[in-house]
Design a protein around this ligand. Sequence first.
Ligand SMILES: Cc1cc2nc3c(=O)[nH]c(=O)nc-3n(C[C@H](O)[C@H](O)[C@H](O)COP(=O)(O)O)c2cc1C
Length: 312
Amino acid sequence: MGIEMNSLRDPDLSVKIGKIKLKNPVMVASGTFGFGEEYKDFFDIHHLGAIIPKGISLKPMMGNPPPRIFETEGGILNSIGLQNPGFQDFIKEKLPYLRKIKTHLLVNFFGNTQKEYIELAKRFDEVPGISGLEMNISCPNVKQGGIIFCSDPKMTNRLVHAVRKSTKLPLIVKLSPNVTDIALMAKSSEEGGADAVSLVNTFKAIAINIHSRKPELGNVIGGLSGPAIKPIALRMVWEVSQAIKIPVIGMGGIMKAEDAIEFILVGASAIQIGTANLVNPKTGIEVINGIKKYLVENKINRVQKLIGLFKP
Ligand SMILES: Cc1cc2nc3c(=O)[nH]c(=O)nc-3n(C[C@H](O)[C@H](O)[C@H](O)COP(=O)(O)O)c2cc1C
C-alpha cells in the first residue's frame, strides 16, 4: 500500500522506444534545439527524455537563401533548407558536448540518395555515445528526378530496408505529413524494419506579402510548424498508431503539457517539442512537470498507462 501511495505521488514517467528506455517521454525535435549547448542556460537539459540535434548530412550544407523564417498566425514557416555542418564537423565540433549530457542522444540524418543514407548510417554505427538514429525521409532523391523519398511507399520501404541493414542502432523513421495516406508510409517503414516512427515533419506552405506581391521566404515554399498544425498532426498520429505495432513518437504544435498528453492519448509512446523551443526555451522541462502533475491529479502511477487511452 505504501509503495502504491508513493508511486501515485511520484509517478513513473519512463517509456520505451524499441530498445531505448527513456526516463520520460519528452524529447526535443530536430532543428529547433540547435546542438543542445544553445539551451543549457535555460534549464538542466539532462532532464529531457532525449535530445535530437539538427539534421546531419554527409557533407556540410549551406541551406536556402534568406529570409528563411516567417511568423504566421499560430505558427512559423521555415525554409532553412537543412543547413548543417556535415558528418565530420558534427563528430568533431558538436558531438563532444552532446555526449556529456546525461540523456539519450538520437541523431537525425538525411541524404540526397539512398547511397548517402546508407553511408551515413554505417558511419554513425561506429560512433560511441549515440542511442539511436532518426532518419528524415522528407528529402528529394536526386537520383530519381528529385521525387521526395517519403512520397512513395515502395521507395520508403526500400530505403528503410537498406538503412536497417547498415546499422545496429535503433532506427526511427521520421514521416512527412505531405502525403495522401501517412498510415501507409508508416506501414512501409515498419515492414522495412524501422524500430519506431516519428511524425509529423512540417507541412509545405507559402506566405506572401501583398504590398510587394512577393513571397515572404527566399525559397518561396517553406514548412509550417507550431500550434496551427496540431489538430492535423494529432489526427495523423492517431491514424498511424492504429495502423502499426512499433512505437510512435508524436509531434506537431506541442506548446504545453496538455498538448503532449493529447498526443500520448492518441497513441504516441513519446513526444517531441519543436517550434515551442523557439518561443519559450523552457518548454521541455515545463512539459515534463506538467505531465507528472496530470498523472498525480488523476492518480495514475505510470505514464505508460496513458498511451492510446483515447477511445472515441
Ligand atoms: C526551424 C526548424 C528547423 C527544422 N529542422 C529540421 C531538421 O533538420 N530535420 C528534421 O527532421 N526536422 C526539422 N524540423 C521539423 C521539426 O523537427 C518538427 O518535425 C516540426 O517542426 C513539427 O513540430 P512543431 O510543430 O512542434 O515544431 C525543423 C523545424 C523547424 C521549425
